[in-house]
Design a protein around this ligand. Structure first.
Ligand code: HEC
Ligand code: HEC
Length: 349
């Protein structure tokens, strides 16, 4: 009898913890997933703070469904996830520039997606400065998904399952663009990648031992690269010209496309190098197929122009061995738990 009472009390205690974590009327054990967001130790505060868009399991799973839904493109063939693949840290593996509907080509390489909550701006030219307005571009782009926003809303609102999910996430069935973008933002902002071998190395955790080459590579990286590819996010999110020769066919002016200032010609957002081994090809136009050729650029390929970064006025003085050690180090930035985390994978239903 006493045992049964203790067991009952314990069960009550457990369920009170469970309830405390979620809103009573939204718990559905079939869809509830343990979504969370926390700032990894030693990282700066994120830019996106969920203040007006609280992170809930229902909002996150709705955003995930939208992200992977091909019906958000005109001919129902392309989802956000088509160009942002989890196994490639949400870049588009082996595609130099984006391939959208009807096989149409864009002009830029699809970047990896993780730690987006820390980005002050989005796209290679920083053309969008809020995560919640970012999906407008791919949805409306004629070479990506080719939709209008009213068409997106109509398609989503026509689906019973979506309407039920909007009700759970936002309190009623209304489907509108703000809610769609907020749900997608919950999914995207919760994608934190902080569990690479480098992270374990920095925290002296098991599994964080570096080889001699990796240690040397880290030192060289800090000497020549980390001023722009700043730790711990491996980007300072500034716009820089790293000395790539502009391609005559496209002549992508980069940041100047947004600011119209000649001082910003050919400057692009410094990409994070976390998971870089997974996101080939490299640079804003995907011109380099391997990490070796991307690093080689800094050694032999820097082109001087009036906007070339002051730190890269000439080729970086590194030996063959140094280059190979830097590449070894870059491999330690791969976070395999992130790319296999089921929370971020395409849902089964
Ligand atoms: C056809 C391929 C394609 C599709 C579909 C696509 N993207 Fe992208 N995505 C890209 C490319 C290419 C870029 C870089 C564009 C640029 O910088 O101008 C990008 C950039 C981004 C960025 C900015 C990342 C950064 O580091 O600045 C985010 C976030 C993003 N996409 C999310 C989405 C979402 C959400 C969807 C669905 C609504 C989507 N993408 C659909 C190819 C695609
Ligand atoms: C002056 C700032 C700066 C320095 C220093 C710098 N980079 Fe970069 N890096 C950039 C910018 C900007 C880009 C994107 C350029 C573009 O696509 O037009 C970039 C792109 C890259 C890429 C491609 C990443 C991707 O996802 O496409 C790699 C790899 C890279 N850098 C490695 C290095 C290494 C290794 C060093 C040191 C030898 C280094 N960088 C030094 C600014 C810098």
């Amino acid at each position: 009898m006493k045992k049964a009472l203790i067991a009952a009390a314990f069960a009550l205690f457990l369920s009170s913890i469970w309830m405390a974590g979620c809103k009573k009327d939204t718990i559905d054990p079939r869809t509830w997933e343990p979504v969370s967001f926390s700032v990894p130790y030693g990282w700066p505060q994120p830019v996106y703070t969920f203040t007006n868009n609280p992170l809930t399991s229902d909002g996150f799973t709705l955003g995930r469904k939208l992200f992977y839904d091909v019906r958000l493109s005109r001919d129902s063939t392309i989802s956000c996830g088509s160009c942002h693949q989890q196994f490639a840290a949400f870049a588009h593996l082996d595609h130099d520039v984006s391939h959208g509907i009807y096989g149409l080509l864009g002009t830029r390489n699809s970047p990896g997606m993780f730690n987006l909550a820390w980005h002050p701006s989005f796209f290679w030219d920083g053309g969008v400065n809020h995560l919640e307005s970012q999906p407008i571009n791919p949805l409306q782009s004629h070479v990506e998904m080719d939709m209008t926003l009213p068409e997106v809303v109509a398609r989503v609102a026509a689906d019973n399952d979506y309407r039920a999910r909007f009700k759970k996430a936002f309190g009623d069935e209304t489907v509108n663009t703000q809610r769609i973008f907020r749900a997608m933002s919950l999914f995207m902002a919760a994608m934190v990648s902080d569990n690479s071998r480098y992270d374990k190395h920095e925290k002296y955790l098991p599994g964080g031992t570096f080889s001699d080459a990796e240690e040397r590579g880290l030192k060289l990286f800090r000497q020549h690269c980390a001023s722009c590819h700043k730790e711990p996010l491996f980007s300072d999110f500034s716009f820089r010209n790293n000395g790539l020769a502009p391609k005559a066919t496209v002549n992508d002016s980069g940041r100047a496309h947004i600011t119209r200032s000649p001082d910003d010609l050919y400057k692009f957002k410094v990409p994070s190098l976390r998971n870089v081994a997974l996101t080939r090809p490299y640079m804003h136009d995907g011109r380099f197929m391997s990490m070796e050729s991307a690093v080689e650029h800094y050694r032999t390929g820097i082109i001087h122009s009036s906007t070339t970064d002051p730190q890269l006025q000439s080729n970086v003085n590194i030996s063959d061995q140094d280059k190979s050690d830097i590449v070894s180090f870059l491999h330690t930035l791969t976070d395999s738990t992130f790319i296999t985390n089921k929370l971020f994978a395409e849902p089964v239903n």
